[in-house]
Design a protein around this ligand. Sequence first.
Ligand code: GDP
Length: 365
Amino acid sequence: ALTAGIVGLPNVGKSTLFNAITKSQVEAANYPFATIEPNVGVVEVPDSRIDRLVEIVQPKKTLFTTFEFTDIAGLVKGASKGEGLGNQFLSNIRLTDAICHVVRCFEDPNVTHVEGSVDPIRDIEIINLELVLADEQTVDNRLSKVERKVKAKDAEGIAEKAVLDKIKAALAVGKPARSVELTKDERNLVRGFQLLTMKPMLYVANIAEEEINDPKSNPHFNKVVELAASENNEVVAISAKIEEELSVLDKEEKDMFLQDLGIGESGLDQVIKASYAMLDLCTYFTAGVVEVRAWTFKKGMTAPECAGIIHTDFEKGFIRAETMSFEDMDTYGSEQAVKEAGKLRLEGKDYVVQDGDIMHFRFNV
Ligand code: GDP
């Protein structure tokens, strides 16, 4: 499973957010395949399309698809030089696929700030610098190894050095590796190094409870939005405190509370959706009377590859996929009506599955 690591300076609200995640965690009985570990929270990916499918199909069972968050122990200035939990911290991030960077935007004199004042831009720079410094070490190590191959006129070595040089130049001016434009081949050459600043990143701005229905009233938040835009990153505003309160409520109570707050969707749900999207993840559905279920796939995957997510036999014996879009199902109101409207498609092995497709795989056993 793909996982997003939650990082940020101490006292910004990471644990509060992570507590909300673990309290919202899926029930192991329904999701036996989900790994349950203390520093990992597995949550359902909210999707209103499921509610509509359940209404139409009336299945016995409903399963959402899931997403995983990993709590990364606190980072401090100097981590890349081994300060605090430094190296531990960095190797934990290396194992994640994306980064949720929590920044403090709430003012509260009772909560001390490690840097003495609330200043999210400075905080972001501290963390991002540590990640850049760690990547510089990785790149330098690799460059010294590749040197020999370059001397031996090894083509792959020469190509690798060229990419590493490009990345090194960006890091040297404090820019993340993800800001470097690379071809697919170049990307593959450096994939194995797990560069921290190559991972997609989302900013999670922790604002005060009373600002939740109007984040723009918080000037710190606005600065984070501006910075994120310049880096092509997304920002989600949350109140970690509110999320913790929401996480212990059942669905009905939660909806009422959200209505009281004047917001449509909880911050955590927005974080889950944004994290899912930043990894280019999409959802297809299987919809039968036994079970309506959402499945995660990576954008660009073909029908047999998507079938393989359910079971490897489905991929090996793939014949075709009876496919309809969620929109058609929604419009026509039943599978039968979709068929009668001529909107059911038979897709072959080259079909690239689209987000929202409802799939019925045909396969040989
Ligand atoms: P971490 O060190 O980043 O994990 O931060 P914590 O989640 O432990 O939060 C540090 C302190 O800030 C705790 O006392 C929290 O109760 C408090 N805190 C977290 N989020 C908020 C918030 O949105 N508003 C206020 N006023 N306090 C918060």
